[in-house]
Design a protein around this ligand. Sequence first.
Ligand SMILES: [Zn+2]
Length: 594
Amino acid sequence: MTNRKVLTIKAVAQALLDKGLLTQEQFTDVIVQGEARTARLQGQHPGYARRFAQSPVLPSPAEVISSFNLEIPGGNGRILTEDAITQVIAKAAGIPYLKIDPLKLDLEVVTSPIPRPFAMKHLIVPVAENGETITIAVADPFSVDEIESLLRLKKVNVERVLSSKSDILKILREFFGFRASILAAQNESAATVDLGNLEQFVRMKGHHDIDGSDRNIVNAVEFILTYAFDQRASDIHIEPKRDMSLIRFRMDGVLHNIHTIPKPLHLPIVSRIKMLSRMDLAEKRRPQDGRIKTNHGDREVELRVSTLPVAFGEKVVIRIFDPDILMKDLDGIGFYPREYQLYNGFIRKPNGIILVTGPTGSGKTTTLYSTLRTLSSPEVNVVTIEDPIEMVMEEFNQVGIQSGIGVTFGTILRNILRQDPDIIMVGEIRDRETAENAVQAALTGHLVLSTLHTNDAPSSVTRLLDLGVPPFLISSTVIGIVAQRLVRCICPLCKRERQLSGEEQAFLGLDARHTRVFYGDGCTACRGTGYRGRSGIFEVMDFTENLIARLGDEADTAELQEIALRDGMIPLRQVAVRKMLEGVTTYEEVIAVT
Ligand SMILES: [Zn+2]
């Protein structure tokens, strides 16, 4: 290999500039800082590269330039991604570009023609086979000779396509890792035939260090978890069907099919997960709960595992609690400044009740945990009563409900008051006893945070009245009420602009000045959904003098709403519309959520 051409940052940046994907200024920045950036990226290889790459792979020009997160000139805030850069390189090199979809690849095609170390070293992946021709995705347009000579030995024709290095690495990891483990384990289990024995075998190994032949199951489970963390999934479902087992991830609130695994491997994989979460392996007929603490990079992640016997075996659901997702800085969960200031005022009060309301999955827990983290310090005694404990946090004293043996929110709350807490978080006020104890705690100098299952802030007052709390106790204890929802955010990589129709405008009561909105077209990054990530929207009701005065007169929900609005409360719908006009979310989300 002599005089092999090398793709430089400068050449790629020039091509991007020519295509109008970089401004002159961005171009200069890239050239000036390119080298330092390359060195920095080299120092912080993503975990998988460290773990799975045989040889250290240098950052490619596309990786380096995309790491600047540059905004495409005139692109409506779209970011110049590694994929976009790879497309430009492909065009310049005269090679077709391919965005690899892992779900469309065949394990045999990917893993058989080229040995893994060679594929890793040269960053190449066979993606299709058609008779005598094999299509190979390459990350470097100049990697021609070595690949062709290798395949000429096998007497096949080679067609090259260019794909991003990240995609190729992901596929190599995925296929040589997960699928190879699955295949190996399957061969193993076929030899054993008796699956009961295989499971027994896994369990016995559990008492010693895991090694040897069940390494494949261990690897497969690790791949599933790592992949879920990488995808920022909130739940993993492993569902036994008649002939196979289905692995699904919930991402941004929606379930996606990720893998199917051969049926004989369902049992050992479930056993491995049960073992990790310290469940009873022999128990297969009753639901069980467990926890796994693990890490993703340098962050600690908590997994809550539950099993449920269904028709074709045990179904496993793993909920992922990533502290970075569950507990954010309070100013990072989506509050607008006015609402943030109000809420921040509520939580700085020494005593009283703060309620967060909304349906299941509206982000209430994130708001409460984030609040507790903001307030907690060594001098402040924080106690939580939850059903069940969502995430174990050392700095809080957490108590779980066991309604089966009569340990309810109410009874625990009564006992906890003797332990002199400063701040009490009650998972949910759902009965009269809990409501009375919460009021009692607030009256005796504690700050109480809790949730209610109501749709908006004003109707929460009505709910408290229904639970038997008299108006004068509500007005003397409740500081403020927050109603919240989560809206899905538009994927920044496929964001497009459109105009609202007359009908849509009328529906939201918008005038002709507010017609420009955005949506996501759907791309591989967002799995065609057009959305990535979520943001909270908040309606904050302050207990003003006016409100308190009318409360005593037994005003109904509509009247309370009217007073709150007059005193400055901005309703959920209006907050959502603002997020839509700012291009954070879509018209459809606003309608669906509010
Ligand atoms: Zn997208």
